[in-house]
Design a protein around this ligand. Structure first.
Ligand SMILES: [Zn+2]
Ligand SMILES: [Zn+2]
Length: 288
């Protein structure tokens, strides 16, 4: 492989869909993103508007024209691990609909928070998550992967250990369509200290052993306002938080992740904030 680091960087940020789904791609293109993340619908409301044909066509055209890799983030309301039947069922429906929207829009990856077990048992909840993934993927055209996100471990959320994520994958029928999205802020908050090179290598070695490194399909690249192991999820600008620049330098230069989209979810008021964080990351790429 003669592809050099930084040559075909898949880097970008979460973009607003205000004014239409395709607008997110235009916004991303404007500030130099080669990959973006969007919500295909409101992330804090149940039920989605039906996509209209014109919107689908516009979105797909824009995606192709700008060769933009698009990832969606599923609604925060979805909790397929909930011990409450009604919530679980509503969540399953919402997940299935999200994957069908991704199919229609030719979006290859949908990032999902595994869920919270609340007062339920961990093993039962992990089984329910796998069941929901299978139902959604069964109904889909098999062109969209669901990416389970690594979580910070707040409260009873699941997915803050590699073991839990591996268990969910192992319980699904459609393993080929279930990957992982690693969030650097969440990994740090959950207790992985990858601020040193040895800590960085150790974390991925563990990931590879328990899940398999080839299942990592996207990275949420965020610094953390909180300390390692605090289990509190607060994103910070790259290099301005407790993770610091060294760790991002290891990540940006890691040949294993050259083709893995890296998406910012750092605090932002305007697109200038994304531009600044992307530049910080680009500056960390070694030139040789
Ligand atoms: Zn997330
Ligand atoms: Zn977060």
């Amino acid at each position: 492989m003669d592809r050099k680091k930084g040559d075909h960087l898949l880097l970008g940020a979460h973009m607003s869909i205000e004014g239409g789904l395709y607008k997110a791609i235009e916004r991303g293109t404007e500030i130099g993103c080669t990959a973006i993340q969007i919500f295909t619908t409101s992330n804090r409301q149940w039920g989605a508007k039906k996509l209209i044909e014109e919107e689908i066509i516009k979105f797909k055209e824009s995606q192709e024209k700008h060769s933009m890799l698009v990832v969606t983030h599923c609604s925060y309301l979805i909790n397929t691990a909930s011990p409450t039947n009604a919530v679980r069922h509503r969540s399953k429906t919402a997940l299935r609909e999200e994957i069908l929207r991704c199919n229609a829009l030719s979006i290859p990856f949908a990032v999902l928070h595994p869920g919270s077990r609340l007062d339920g048992s961990e093993s039962e909840s992990l089984t329910w998550i796998a069941e929901a993934l299978d139902e959604a993927l069964e109904a889909s055209d098999k062109t969209t992967m669901i990416l389970l996100e690594t979580m910070a471990g707040q409260g009873t959320t699941l997915g803050n250990t590699f073991e839990q994520l591996a268990t969910i994958r192992s319980l699904t029928e459609y393993k080929k369509l279930v990957g992982i999205c690693a969030d650097t802020c969440h990994l740090f908050a959950s207790g992985f200290d990858f601020t040193t090179h040895s800590g960085y290598e150790e974390m991925w070695k563990k990931f590879d052993k328990i899940i398999g490194i080839n299942h990592l399909k996207a990275i949420h690249i965020n610094d953390s306002k909180k300390e390692c192991g605090e289990k509190v999820d607060r994103h910070e600008d790259i290099g301005e938080g407790k993770i610091g620049k060294d760790a991002f330098k290891y990540l940006m230069n890691d040949e294993r992740f050259l083709n893995v989209p890296k998406i910012l979810e750092t605090p932002k008021l305007t697109l200038q904030d994304d531009i600044r964080n992307m530049q910080t990351l680009k500056n960390l790429i070694s030139k040789n």
